[in-house]
Design a binder for this molecule. Structure first.
Ligand code: GDP
Length: 199
């Protein structure tokens, strides 16, 4: 998609605050610092629209970005912050669960992991949840970010390590290597999003 127009429409902490435009929604999840803002900015051709995180774990709301008046990107708070209290974490989990498990316009979830490392325990838990029966077959795209930091010849190995650790379920999920530095993978991520918009 050729993007010219993006608006940050709203931040929500509960269902009554979600937009009612009836546009398809694509959620983005991943731990703080994995490259979620950078992926979003790359997809929408902006340098600094989505905030890149100087303070990991600060975003505690669902942020809805309306892209080209056709689709919402929904930035889901990063998981795995050490500094947030247990009760605050429990609150996020309820908020995120309410959105991911119940939101009708939600067509798919992009889960970001770091291409350089094996997925963390929290990455694995998140992926298991996203592909569980609770989600009713919601499509998941696993995006391995910062691919520019590993050699091209190691992409296959990185992909198989990540898939093995996640217990990748290819019935409901796809995989893409990505770099916001080189834009590697950008077109394929957009293709996946556009296909979900038509689902
Ligand atoms: P967020 O917390 O998930 O939104 O992560 P950010 O998008 O703010 O990125 C965290 C850090 O990783 C920043 O310093 C980015 O410049 C860097 N980063 C993000 N994506 C990439 C990438 O594809 N390649 C490289 N080399 N650095 C990246």
């Amino acid at each position: 998609m050729e993007v010219h127009n993006v608006e940050m429409v709203m931040s929500a902490v509960q269902a009554s605050q979600y937009p009612d435009d009836n546009l398809p929604e694509i959620a983005l999840v991943g731990r703080s610092n994995v490259g979620k803002s950078s992926l979003t900015n790359t997809l929408i051709n902006r340098k600094a629209f989505a905030r890149t995180s100087s303070q990991p774990g600060k975003t505690q709301t669902l942020n809805f970005y309306k892209v080209e008046n056709q689709v919402f990107f929904v930035d889901v708070p990063g998981y795995g912050y050490a500094k947030v209290s247990k009760s605050a974490r429990a609150k996020f989990q309820v908020m995120i669960g309410e959105y991911l498990e119940k939101r009708i316009p939600l067509r798919g979830v992009i889960q970001l992991v770091d291409a350089r490392h094996a997925p963390s325990k929290e990455d694995i838990e998140m992926y298991q949840w996203l592909t569980s029966d609770d989600m009713g077959g919601l499509p998941v795209l696993v995006v391995a970010t910062k691919a520019d930091k590993i050699a091209r010849g190691k992409y296959n190995h990185a992909e198989s390590t990540i898939k093995k650790d996640l217990q990748f379920n290819s019935e409901v999920s796809d995989f893409e290597m990505f770099s916001s530095e080189t834009k590697y993978g950008k077109d394929l991520v957009w293709e996946w999003i556009e296909a979900r918009m038509l689902d």
